[in-house]
Design a binder for this molecule. Structure first.
Ligand code: NAG
Ligand code: NAG
Ligand code: NAG
Ligand code: NAG
Ligand code: NAG
Ligand code: NAG
Ligand code: NAG
Ligand code: NAG
Length: 779
C-alpha cells in the first residue's frame, strides 16, 4: 500500500477532470452550536451551507458523511475555491483535505503460529473479554473462519447498538454472537480514487485483502486447534481476548484508506457502543488539530473508548513514529522467541544464516547452484540495442527486470526495496531462477523477517549481504547450497524491538515518549481469508486458513485485545487508566534478564525504540497504581503546547480558554516522563504526577531512580502511603541538569535515559525517563 503510488494515482485522475473544476474531498469541522434554529437538524444545515458555498447543481450529492458524535461537521467534494469560501465561514472551524492512509503491515506472509494464551488470572477475571466489544477499523473480515465461531458465547452485550450491514458477498446472517456488527465506509475512498474497482474490491465488509481478518483474529480470535499453514507449525491459534465481540468497520480498500471514511467509522463505532477501537493504519504526522484521526480518537476517548494504533513500520531511523497524540495508545512491534532459520552455504564451507518460511518442494539434496547478483543479470531494454535496464531496478528484482538467459538454473541475489519482498521471488522464478537470496540494505540492518516465498529463498542481514556481494565478485563462478531448517523455538534473546518498528522521539510533542509500548509484531500467525494467497501475490494460487505476517499492524491488535481483557476485569477504568496499567507494568528487560535489544543493530534499546517496554499482561491486570488523565487534562496540555483556543476547539468540539489554564506541558499525568532542556538558562524541570491506588487496603510504596546521564532526578516525597482503593497521591519529579546544552551542537539534541520505579513489595510501577538536551537553531 504505497502512499506515493496512491497519491500519483489520485493526481492522474484529476488530470481527466475539467481544469479549474476539479473537486477534492474535504472534511469540514463545524461549530455545531451555531446552528440556526430554522434548521431541524445539522444535515439540513450542512446541505444549505453547501448550497450557498458551492457552484454545483446538486450540492446534496457532494455531501458525503455527516459527523455528530466524536466530531461535528461533514465531508464533501469541493473545488479549491469552494474550500477557501468554506474556510471563511464563521461556523467553520477547519477544512481539511482528505488523505489516504496505508495499512501498517510489512507485507511478508509467513508460515508459523503464535499460540498465545494469556495469563489465566486476566482471562478468568475478564471472562475472556466476553462483555467487551472491539471495533476493528480495517479491510473487513472473512467471518466464516473458525477463529470467528460463536459457539458457547453468551448473549450480546447490553450496551451494543450496532448493526450488520449487508453488501456484496456479505449477508446479514453472517453476523453472529462473535462478529456482532459489520459496516463498510467507501464514499470518501470512491470520491478520492474516482471509482471503486470491483474486480479487486468488494463493496461490503467482506475482506478481500487479508489484513482485517488477520488483525481481528489477533485481537479476539477463538481457540482453533490444528491451526497451521500447509501443515507447517501445527498448533493452537488463539487471539488475545477469545470471547470478546468483534465489530467490523471496513475502511480500507485496494489503494488505501481515506480520512473521511475513517472518521465516519470512528464515529459510528462510538455510537454503536464499542469499548475498544483498533486501528492498524497510518499516515505522516501532522498537528493534532489537522489530523482527523487524532480528532476522532479524542471524541472516542471522551466516550470512554480505548483507542490503540500502530506506531508505523518506518524504523529503525529516528523520529519515524506516527499516530502520536497523547490520548492514543501507540504500539510498536517486538519479536517473539521463535524463528525460521535458513542457511546459505558457500562453496568454501562458510555458512550465512538467514530466515525463511519457504514451504514448497525442496531443491535437490546436496546439490549446489551458481549464484549471480541481480544487477549483473538484468534484462535488455526492448528496442534499445544492447542496453540493460538500470541497476537499481535490477538489483531490487523489480518485475521483468531479469534476463532469463542469464538467470536460468541459478540462485539470484536480490536487494530489498522498491517492491514487496515476496514479489521478488516470483520475478526470479518467472525468469527461470531456482532460488533467491534477499539481502537487507541500509538502513534495514540486522533485522530478519521470514517470508512465504514462492521458490526456495531466504532473507539475510545487511552485513551478510555486503559480505556475500564481495564473495560473489571475488568468486565469479561459485556455487552455493540452501538449507531450510524449519522452526526454532526458545530463540534468545527475545523479545527484540523489531527493526522495522517506528522510533521516537515524538516530533509534535517531545514531552511525551512515543511509541508507548511494544507488543508482538513479527511472524504472527492468525486467520486469513479465502481468495487471497499467503504471499498476497495474485499469481500465487496457494490458499490457507492461517497466515503469518509482520508489522506494527500486528502488534496493535495484541494491545487492543489485551485492553479488552483489562476492561473486562476493570469495567470502570478510563482509557488512560487501562493504558497506564499496560505501560507501568511493561518490561524493558528481556526474558533472559538482560536489557532489551533492538534488532537492526543489536544495540540496547531505548524508550525511543520501545516506549515503556514490552507489554506484560499478567502484571497489567494488577498494576497497583494507575495514572489517570481526563479530557480537560489533555486540553491543558494542548494549551501549554501553544495550541490556540481555535485549534483546541477543533479537537474538543467546545470552546476552550487557555488563559485560565496555568499549565505546563509537564503536568499531563502521562505514565512515562520526558524532560526537554531547550533553553540555555534552564537547569531544573519540575514534573508532577498523581497516582491512583487501585489495590484494596493499605500499601506503602518506595521509589528508586536510575539516573539518566547529565541529570539528577529526585522524587518528592520518596514514599507514598495509601490506605484505601481509589485514593490519590501526587509526587514531584525534579530533574536537575548537571551538564547543560552547550555540549550539544547547534540544531541538534542529545537524549539520555533513566527510569523510576515505585515498589510496595508486590507491585512494580515503572516509568522510563528521557532527558533531552537540545539546542534549537533559533535561540
Ligand atoms: C481493476 O483492477 C484490475 C485488476 O488489478 C485491473 O486489471 C483493471 O484495469 C482495473 N480497472 C480499473 C478501471 O482501474
Ligand atoms: C548430503 O550431505 C550430508 C553431509 O555431507 C550427508 O550426510 C547426506 O547423506 C547427503 N545427502 C544426500 C542425499 O546425498
Ligand atoms: C546493434 O549493435 C550491434 C553491435 O554493436 C550492431 O552490429 C548492430 O547493427 C546494432 N543494431 C542496431 C539496430 O542498431
Ligand atoms: C558485476 O559485474 C561487474 C562488471 O562485470 C563485476 O566487476 C562485479 O564483480 C560483478 N559483481 C558481482 C557481485 O558479481
Ligand atoms: C510556547 O510559546 C512560548 C512563547 O513563545 C515559549 O516560551 C514556550 O517555550 C512555548 N512552549 C512550547 C511548549 O512550545
Ligand atoms: C478567557 O478567560 C480570561 C480570564 O478569565 C478572560 O479575560 C477572557 O475574556 C476569556 N476569553 C474567552 C474567549 O472566553
Ligand atoms: C509512609 O510510611 C512510611 C512508613 O510508615 C513513612 O516512613 C513515610 O514517611 C510515609 N510517607 C509519607 C509520604 O507519609
Ligand atoms: C555549561 O557548560 C559549560 C561546559 O561544561 C560551562 O563552561 C558553562 O559555564 C556552563 N554554562 C552554564 C550556564 O551553566
Amino acid at each position: 500500500m504505497n502512499l506515493h503510488w496512491v497519491l500519483l494515482f489520485a493526481s492522474l485522475l484529476c488530470f481527466s477532470l475539467v481544469a479549474g473544476d476539479e473537486r477534492n474531498t474535504y472534511i469540514i469541522r463545524v461549530q455545531h452550536d451555531l446552528k440556526p434554529s430554522v434548521f431541524a437538524d445539522v444535515q439540513q444545515w450542512y446541505a444549505s451551507t453547501l448550497r450557498t458555498t458551492t457552484t454545483t447543481d446538486v450540492p446534496t450529492k457532494s455531501l458525503m458523511h455527516v459527523y455528530k458524535t466524536v466530531f461535528h461537521g461533514f465531508s464533501a467534494k469541493l473545488t479549491d475555491l469552494e474550500a477557501e469560501a468554506m474556510k471563511a465561514r464563521p461556523e467553520v472551524l477547519g477544512v481539511y483535505p482528505d488523505r489516504v492512509r496505508k495499512l501498517l503491515t510489512t507485507r511478508s506472509p509467513q508460515f508459523l503460529g503464535l499460540a498465545v494464551s494469556g495469563p489465566n488470572s486476566l482471562l478468568t477475571e475478564s471472562d475472556y473479554g466476553s462483555n467487551v466489544v472491539i471495533g476493528v477499523l480495517d479491510t473487513g473480515i472473512w467471518p466464516e473462519r473458525r477463529s470467528f465461531h460463536d459457539k458457547d458465547l453468551g448473549p450480546l452485550p447490553l450496551h451494543w447498538k450496532g448493526e450488520c450491514e449487508e453488501g456484496k458477498g456479505f449477508l446479514r446472517n453472517l453476523c453472529s454472537k462473535k462478529v456482532i456488527g459489520a459496516r463498510f465506509f467507501s464514499s470518501g475512498y470512491e470520491a478520492k480514487t474516482g471509482l471503486m474497482n470491483e474486480t479487486v474490491d468488494t463493496r461490503s465488509a467482506r475482506d478481500t485483502e487479508g489484513h482485517g481478518t488477520h488483525t481481528a483474529s489477533i485481537a479476539a480470535g477463538r481457540y482453533v486447534p490444528q491451526a497451521s499453514l500447509f501443515g507447517y507449525a501445527k498448533g493452537v491459534a488463539v487471539g488475545m481476548a477469545p470471547k470478546a465481540r468483534i465489530a467490523v468497520y471496513k475502511i480500507c480498500w485496494d489503494k488505501g484508506c481515506v480520512d473521511s471514511d475513517i472518521l465516519a467509522a470512528i464515529e459510528k463505532a462510538v455510537e454503536d457502543g464499542v469499548d475498544v477501537i483498533s486501528m492498524s493504519i497510518g499516515a505522516n504526522v501532522i498537528q493534532y488539530n489537522l489530523d482527523p484521526i487524532s480528532i476522532g480518537a479524542f471524541g472516542a476517548m471522551e466516550h470512554g473508548v480505548f483507542v490503540s494504533v500502530a506506531a508505523g513500520n518506518d524504523g529503525p531511523g529516528p523520529v519515524t513514529v506516527t499516530n502520536i497524540a497523547p490520548w492514543l495508545t501507540t504500539v510498536g512491534a517486538g519479536t517473539i522467541d521463535r524463528s525460521f532459520p535458513a542457511d546459505l552455504i558457500l562453496e568454501d564451507g562458510q555458512v550465512i544464516n538467514g530466515a525463511s518460511l519457504y514451504g514448497g518442494p525442496p531443491l535437490p539434496a546436496n546439490t549446489s547452484f551458481p549464484i549471480v547478483y541481480a544487477a549483473n543479470v538484468s534484462a535488455l531494454v526492448e528496442g534499445q540495442n544492447g542496453t540493460r535496464i538500470s541497476s537499481y531496478t535490477a538489483r531490487t528484482c523489480a518485475p521483468k527486470s531479469l534476463d532469463p538467459e542469464l538467470v536460468r538454473g541459478k540462485i539470484v541475489l536480490c536487494e530489498r526495496g522498491g517492491s514487496p519482498r515476496a514479489s521478488k521471488g516470483s520475478v526470479v522464478k518467472e525468469a527461470g531462477g531456482v532460488g533467491m537470496i534477499l539481502a537487507n540494505v541500509v538502513p534495514d540492518g540486522e533485522g530478519l523477517v521470514a517470508d512465504a516465498h514462492v521458490l526456495p529463498a531466504l532473507q539475510i542481514t545487511e552485513s551478510a549481504g555486503s559480505h556475500l556481494l564481495e564473495y560473489i565478485s571475488a568468486n565469479p563462478n561459485s556455487r552455493v547450497r540452501l538449507s531450510f531448517r524449519g522452526t526454532q523455538l526458545d530463540v534468545k534473546p527475545a523479545p527484540l524491538v523489531a527493526g522495522f518498528s517506528s522510533r521516537g522521539p515524538n516530533i509534535e510533542s517531545p514531552y511525551i515518549i512515543k511509541p508507548d509500548l511494544i507488543a508482538p509484531g513479527v511472524n504472527i500467525l492468525a486467520a486469513w481469508p479465502d481468495g487471497v494467497s499467503p504471499s498476497e501475490l495474485v499469481s500465487d494460487p496457494r490458499r490457507s486458513e492461517f497466515n503469518s505476517i509482520s508489522g506494527t499492524s500486528m502488534s496493535c491488535p495484541h494491545v487492543s485485545g489485551l485492553a479488552a481483557l483489562l476492561i473486562g476485569a476493570h469495567p470502570n477504568w478510563s482509557p488512560a487508566e487501562i493504558k497506564s496499567a499496560m505501560m507501568t507494568s511493561a518490561y524493558a528487560i528481556d526474558l533472559q534478564g538482560k536489557p532489551m535489544v533492538e534488532q537492526s543493530q543489536f544495540k540496547v534499546s531505548t524508550p525511543w525504540d520501545m516506549g515503556s517496554g514490552h507489554v506484560n499482561p499478567s502484571r497489567a491486570v494488577d498494576p497497583g497504581l494507575v495514572f489517570d488523565i481526563t479530557a480537560e487534562d489533555y486540553v491543558g496540555f494542548l494549551c501549554a503546547s501553544n495550541y490556540t483556543d481555535r485549534e483546541i476547539h477543533s479537537i474538543t468540539r467546545r470552546p476552550s480558554n487557555c488563559s485560565v489554564k496555568a499549565k505546563t506541558v509537564y503536568d499531563l499525568n502521562y505514565p512515562s516522563i520526558s524532560a526537554v532542556f531547550d533553553q540555555p538558562e534552564m537547569s531544573t524541570i519540575f514534573i508532577t504526577r498523581t497516582a491512583t491506588h487501585v489495590s484494596e487496603g493499605v500499601s506503602s510504596y518506595i521509589v528508586t531512580v536510575q539516573n539518566p546521564k547529565g541529570a539528577v532526578v529526585t522524587i518528592e516525597p520518596p514514599s507514598l502511603n495509601f490506605s484505601a482503593i481509589q485514593q490519590r497521591q501526587s509526587f514531584v519529579i525534579k530533574v536537575k541538569a548537571t551538564g547543560n546544552n552547550t555540549v550539544v551542537p547547534l540544531g541538534e539534541s542529545k537524549t539520555e535515559f533513566g527510569r523510576l520505579t515505585w515498589q510496595d513489595g508486590t507491585h512494580v510501577v515503572g516509568m522510563p525517563i528521557a532527558v533531552t538536551f537540545e539546542k534549537p537553531l533559533v535561540l
